[in-house]
Design a binder for this molecule. Structure first.
Ligand code: GLC
Ligand code: GLC
Length: 829
């Protein structure tokens, strides 16, 4: 069952009922100011940091689920409705929501009155513009009342939803004309404020939530002022400040009226915080007055429909350009819409927000993840490499000089998060992968010389290359009894906690370490991760390649020897006959082995082991891939492990706390499905690669949206696995490494267009039925028009490759570097 459709020409998903199986959201903004917006206009806004600088309030885990947003209310002669249906939920005569690239358009119609609201955050602008067009489609004149509402959050979202004893008394506003200012805590230690304005005279306002609602017993679905058809002109003093505009509107038949609302954020320099005088008509309860210069300038920027149209055009143009860097035309429309539009769009969102704020991530739990952000870069780097470079330097600066890493950092402070700490065994390796991806994309080797401090030596002069050195050797220097990397607190799988042994409720599996390991430095020196071993052998060659390029032959050889040794150790101690083990636990027992009662096979190490060709000469790669197909493959994707754990294994930790089929316990964790897609493609099995790709790619789940539940245009982290009651049901949509890795899987492995240090590799691994496809790739200043022909209907194998008609040996297109367009023709066979 579908709840809408893709409008590819406009790069939009069109939702045609407000009753989607879950709120289907979009993101507005991509630098400083961000908003989440659902198909019924629920959601919230923040500046930079969803925890520390929250602008509007949102209640997670609410009933109903998606309550609180920026809402418009219409009272048309007693019929009260919202353009986005919610919160009043009056049945609409027409409803539509279009989520596009950085904007959302919601249209509602009731009794001949039409309301179309366009929401977007313009480029380089710290505010959400909301253009409302009201049209009287009926034959009679209409007179109705119109209201806006946004509820302010008192900045720190964590504090806002816990510290009521203080917060119920601190809320403060100023009102000037049609603009309501949120100046809570501005008098003392804050120099930022927010405002909500409309480009027209208003007939009233409300700034106190309870006054707007009319009673503390009312909800957003039942505001008294709206019912009364008139605002109460309340002035907030503590409690919950809101911003609501009220206007009486009369429209002749056929007549339209446009109102432009702006929800903005601004910061003042310390010495310019206050205005010298109190202007006439300003409403405040304070002696001081906010300096509003910045707000005035922002309001002036988008106060007419023409200016709004220009801002929207600029936004669309930005996205058209971003999406023209890599474009494909394959025989499969769903692949095209994923690659050309939605997967790339999601990669931008994950790059911006890591795992901080979605409808599953509350924005207060996690900042930017070290491993997460590094992986996000893999899917984003071609879009805006300069931002990726900046991010790489920020992330690397939270690393410690021994190669260890803070697991997370806050985007506002860029400081490692001490509450979480470090010692996640995989973290350093992702940094090698992402820096290599950046160099492969741009050819900008200078990043290696960039001055990047260590967290424990902030003043020291260190280079990015040193960060890669310590990352690589952090693995080498921390091996266990089988010569495999120590698992530490966790590796990529946050829920395999081999040093935890937790038996007390409330202990965090990720940060709690059993005291018995204190003496050993905080984690078991026995537990080893086969996943990190495989990731090391997959990532290591990029590091070697970098050293070779720099002419450091000895260091390159030394690193290569470590990679070879790791492969040998893995084959000797971690190949279980048909697949690779997952780990050795702290008791030295095998995890993910045929010998285990449950959790005999795990997905994570397999793909990287196959792509590192560990044991290839003995057929380990094909055996492993076949085992995955046999034990992990099911209707909706590949489950993480099998059989699912049905009891608590204290030696494994969090993974065995989930009911079978969910999350890391045998859920379909789409992130690591991508690694198998890559591995299948790498091994030349284009059919399998595509089968796995199409099981999880959102556009392919659209038809079963009633089962899948979450948005059919973006990946979620997880789909209920075969052991789950809700088999096939998606969760944790939007913020997941799945976006980047599936972008890599489809573009670099299946379609096979892959940046390398010395050029652009073109080596597809596709379904045999395809006659071929075309792709456009902008790469290091040139444009490559690529045509793949597959007359023999093979999966993989470049028989002939020409660039501008000239034969090239192998499958790497050398960098032309002349700024021109080049024709690449590839014949498979
Ligand atoms: C979540 C985390 C990611 C982790 C994964 C597996 O997606 O964001 O860091 O690797 O879960 O536990
Ligand atoms: C839980 C989740 C995991 C996530 C982690 C983040 O362990 O299961 O997916 O990475 O929390 O803190």
């Amino acid at each position: 069952m579908k709840f809408g459709y893709f409008d590819d020409s406009r790069k939009e998903y069109v939702i045609n009922t407000p009753r989607t199986p879950y709120p289907w959201i979009n993101y507005l903004g991509n630098q400083g100011f961000f908003s989440l917006i659902s198909n019924t206009a629920g959601g919230y806004s923040f500046y930079m940091d969803a925890r520390l600088r929250r602008i509007t309030r949102y209640r997670y885990n609410n009933v109903p689920l998606d309550m609180g947003g920026r809402y418009f209310y219409i009272n048309d002669n007693g019929t009260i409705w919202n353009p986005g249906w919610s919160p009043v939920k009056t049945d609409l005569d027409e409803y539509e929501c279009r989520h596009g690239m950085g904007y959302t358009i919601i249209k509602g119609k009731k009794n001949g009155l039409k309301a179309e609201v366009t929401f977007f955050v313009p480029q380089n602008y710290d505010g959400e513009v909301q253009q409302v067009v009201l049209t009287n489609d009926s034959a009679e004149a209409k007179e109705f009342s119109f209201f806006s509402i946004a509820e302010w959050c008192l900045w720190d979202a964590q504090d806002d939803c816990t510290n009521f004893q203080r917060n119920f008394s601190t809320g403060r506003v100023e009102i000037e004309g049609s603009t309501i200012y949120h100046v809570t805590e501005y008098r003392d230690r804050r120099n930022h404020y927010a405002f909500y304005t409309v480009n027209d005279e208003i007939d009233g306002y409300d700034t106190d939530r309870d006054a707007f609602l009319g009673s503390i017993y009312n909800g957003w679905d039942n505001p008294e002022t709206v019912k009364a058809g008139k605002a109460s002109d309340s002035f907030a003093d503590g409690w919950s400040p809101v911003a609501s505009h009220y206007k009486k509107i009369t429209l002749a038949p056929g007549e339209s009226k446009t109102l432009i609302f702006i929800l903005g954020y601004a910061e003042n320099p310390q010495d310019k915080k206050f205005a010298a005088e109190k202007p006439e008509g300003l409403l405040t309860r304070e002696k001081w007055v906010l300096n509003k210069e910045k707000a005035y300038a922002m309001i002036d920027k988008y106060n007419t429909p023409e200016k709004v149209a220009a801002g929207l055009a600029e936004l669309k143009d930005t996205w058209d350009k971003l999406l023209s860097i890599f474009k494909v035309d394959t025989p499969d429309d769903k692949v095209n819409r994923m690659v050309n539009i939605w997967n790339q769009y999601q990669c931008m969102v994950t790059f911006n927000l890591s795992r901080s704020a979605s409808y599953f991530e509350s924005g207060i739990g996690r900042g930017m993840g070290f491993r997460d952000s590094n992986q996000d870069i893999l899917g984003f780097v071609h879009q805006i490499p300069e931002r990726a470079r900046e991010r790489l330097i920020d992330i690397a600066s939270t690393q410690l000089s021994d190669g260890g890493c803070y697991h997370q950092y806050q985007p506002l402070t860029k400081k490692g998060n001490a509450d979480i700490g470090g010692d996640f065994s995989d973290d350093p390796l992702w940094m090698i992968l992402s820096v290599a991806a950046y160099i492969k994309e741009t050819g900008d080797w200078s990043i290696l010389d960039a001055n990047v401090p260590f967290d424990d030596d902030p003043e020291g002069k260190h280079t990015m290359l040193e960060h890669l050195d310590v990352s690589f050797y952090h693995i080498v220097n921390n091996l266990g009894p089988h010569g495999l990397p120590l698992a530490m607190r966790a590796d990529w799988n946050d829920c395999i906690n081999l040093s935890c042994f937790s038996d007390t409720p409330g202990e965090s599996f990720q940060t709690y370490t059993n005291p018995k390991f204190k003496a050993e430095g905080g984690y078991s020196k026995i537990a080893e991760s086969v996943f990190v071993a495989a990731l090391f052998t997959y990532t290591g060659p990029a590091y070697v390649g970098i050293l070779e390029h720099l002419g450091k032959a000895d260091e390159a050889a030394k690193a290569q020897a470590e990679i070879d040794k790791m492969k040998k150790n893995t084959m000797e101690s971690a190949f279980d006959g048909d697949w690779f083990l997952r780990a050795y636990d702290a008791n030295g027992e095998k995890m993910g082995s045929k010998e285990c009662e449950e959790g005999k096979i795990f997905i994570e190490p397999q793909g990287f082991a196959v792509m590192s060709e560990i044991g290839k000469e003995e057929g380990a790669d094909i055996k492993t891939l076949n085992a995955i197909d046999k034990y992990l493959n099911c209707e909706y994707g590949l489950v993480l492990n099998n059989p699912a754990f049905t009891k608590y294994y204290i030696q494994y930790g969090e993974i065995s706390t989930y009911p079978g089929g969910y999350k890391e316990n045998a859920g379909i964790f789409t992130h690591n499905n991508a690694w198998i897609i890559c591995a299948e493609a790498y091994a030349g099995r284009g059919e399998k690669a595509f089968e796995y790709y199409s099981k999880i790619a959102p556009a392919f789940t659209e038809e079963t949206s009633d089962i899948h539940k979450t948005e059919p245009y973006v990946y979620g982290q997880m789909i209920g696995g075969k052991d789950a009651k809700n088999f096939g049901q998606g969760k944790n949509s939007w913020l997941t490494g799945t976006a980047a890795w599936n972008m890599v899987a489809i573009s670099q492995y299946i379609l096979g267009v892959k940046p390398e240090f010395d050029g652009l590799r073109v080596d597809p691994s596709i379904p045999a039925a395809w006659d071929g496809f075309t792709a456009t790739r902008q790469f290091r200043g040139d444009t490559y028009e690529i045509t793949i022909k597959n007359p023999d209907h093979v999966n993989k194998g470049v028989k002939k490759l020409t660039v501008d008609g000239v034969d090239v040996e192998g499958c790497i297109v050398p960098v032309a570097g002349d700024g021109n367009t080049h024709k690449v023709e590839v014949l498979l066979g």
